[in-house]
Design a protein around this ligand. Structure first.
Ligand SMILES: [Zn+2]
Length: 346
C-alpha cells in the first residue's frame, strides 16, 4: 500500500510499504477515506533528525472497516469509523471523568514509535479497536466529512483547551493561536457559552474565519503589546479563561500573563520547552495552569451530535484537499501558512 513517510525535516515522501494488517485479535484494519495533516506534524517537519527507515505519518482519519480481529465487538466490516489520534482499550483508572488514553496498552498513531503506522496512508491498523474507534451514522462520502474528521483531533483538542480553562456561560476568553486548533477552540468557547472571545493571531485568512466562528475581538500584537491590548479589552483585568493552542515559550508566557487573577490557562499546544514560563505571575495571580493531550475519544460522544445536526462546523478549517501524491505539497503549504489545514483523500 502507499503511505506517507518522513525521513528528516522537510523530507516527506509517498512510498510503497507493506500492507497494514491485523496483528492482535483486538485490532481493526481501516481503509482510510479521509486523513489530515496536523499542526503537530509540522514540529518534526521542521526539526526531525534523519531516520533511515522513515516515520509513518498521520494520526487523524476517517475510514471504512475492512477487517476486524476475533475479539472486536462494537463494529462490523463496512462500518464508517472515526479514529482519535490515540488508541486505548477504553479503561483508564487515572482519569475520573472516564476519558481514556493514557491507559496501557495504548499509544499514539503516526509517531514511528511502535508497530502502528500512520494515517496519511491507504490503510491503517488500529489496535484496541473497541476502545478506540467510533462508528459514524453516515455514509463514507457524507457532506459532513470535513467536520467529522476534526473529531479525530483538532475539534476535540480545542474543546479540551476550553474545558481545562474552565470556560462557561458569561466568561471572557482569549484563544492564543490562530491555527486549526485555535479556530476550533473559538468554536468550543462559543459552544460553552463564552461572552467575549478574543483571538490572538495575525494571519488574515485565519482571523476572518475566527470572526465567522464568533470571535468578538482580534489581537495581532505579540508579547507585552498583546498583553496590554487584552487588558484594554477586558477592563484592565485580563480574561477568565485562556486557551493556549501554540506551545511556544512566548505564547505560553503571553497566555499566563493575560489571565485575570483567579483565572485559568488550558494548554493544548505541545510544549516545545522543558519549563513553563511566567511562574511568578501565575503564582501571585493564583492562575490555574492545566491541559495536556486531549482525551479526544471521550469527547467524540459529546461533540458528535452538534456536528451531525449542524450546530458547529469545524470542518471549515480545511481549506485544501489533496490526494496522497499531494501530501508533500500539503506539508509545505501548511508550513508556509498558505493553508490552514489540509485534508487528504487517499
Ligand atoms: Zn493532529
Amino acid at each position: 500500500m502507499r503511505a506517507t513517510l518522513m525521513y528528516s525535516a522537510g523530507d516527506v515522501r509517498i512510498e510503497n510499504v507493506p500492507d497494514a494488517r491485523l496483528i492482535e485479535p483486538t485490532d481493526a484494519l481501516v481503509k482510510v477515506t479521509r486523513a489530515a495533516i496536523c499542526g503537530s506534524d509540522l514540529w518534526p517537519y521542521n526539526a526531525m533528525e534523519h531516520d533511515e527507515t522513515g516515520r509513518g505519518m498521520g494520526h487523524e482519519a476517517i475510514g471504512v472497516v475492512e477487517a476486524i480481529g476475533a475479539d472486536v465487538r462494537t463494529m462490523n466490516v463496512g462500518d464508517v469509523v472515526v479514529m482519535p489520534f490515540a488508541y486505548s482499550d477504553g479503561s483508564c483508572a487515572f482519569w475520573p471523568r472516564g476519558a481514556p488514553h493514557f491507559v496501557r496498552p495504548g499509544g499514539f498513531f503516526g509517531t514511528g514509535m511502535s508497530d502502528v503506522g500512520g494515517a496519511q496512508a491507504e490503510a491503517v491498523r488500529v489496535p484496541q479497536a473497541d476502545g478506540t474507534l467510533v462508528v459514524l451514522p453516515v455514509g463514507e462520502d457524507d457532506a459532513l466529512m470535513p467536520s467529522l474528521l476534526t473529531l479525530s483531533d483538532v475539534m476535540g483538542t480545542g474543546h479540551h483547551a476550553a474545558v481545562a480553562a474552565n470556560v462557561g456561560p458569561g466568561k471572557t476568553v482569549a484563544v492564543v493561536g490562530d491555527g486549526a486548533v485555535g479556530l476550533c477552540a473559538v468554536i468550543a468557547a462559543r459552544r460553552l457559552g463564552a461572552e467575549q472571545i478574543i483571538i490572538l493571531g495575525r494571519h488574515a485568512d485565519r482571523i476572518a474565519l475566527a470572526r465567522e466562528f464568533d470571535a468578538t475581538d482580534v489581537v495581532s500584537e505579540r508579547g507585552e503589546e498583546a498583553v496590554e491590548r487584552v487588558r484594554e479589552l477586558t477592563g484592565s483585568f485580563g480574561v477568565h479563561s485562556v486557551l493556549e493552542c501554540v506551545g511556544h515559550g512566548q505564547s505560553t508566557e503571553t497566555a499566563i500573563s493575560i489571565a485575570r487573577p483567579g483565572g485559568a490557562v488550558g494548554r493544548v499546544g505541545v510544549p516545545q520547552e522543558e519549563s513553563i514560563p511566567a511562574s511568578q505571575p501565575a503564582f501571585f495571580n493564583n492562575v490555574t495552569v492545566s491541559g495536556g493531550p486531549a482525551p479526544v475519544r471521550a469527547y467524540i460522544e459529546e461533540l458528535l451530535p452538534d456536528v451531525l445536526e449542524g450546530r458547529i462546523e469545524p470542518g471549515r478549517v480545511f481549506d485544501r484537499v489533496v490526494g496522497l501524491d499531494g501530501v508533500p505539497d500539503g506539508y509545505r503549504a501548511m508550513n508556509e501558512r498558505k493553508a490552514i489545514k489540509v485534508m487528504v483523500q487517499p
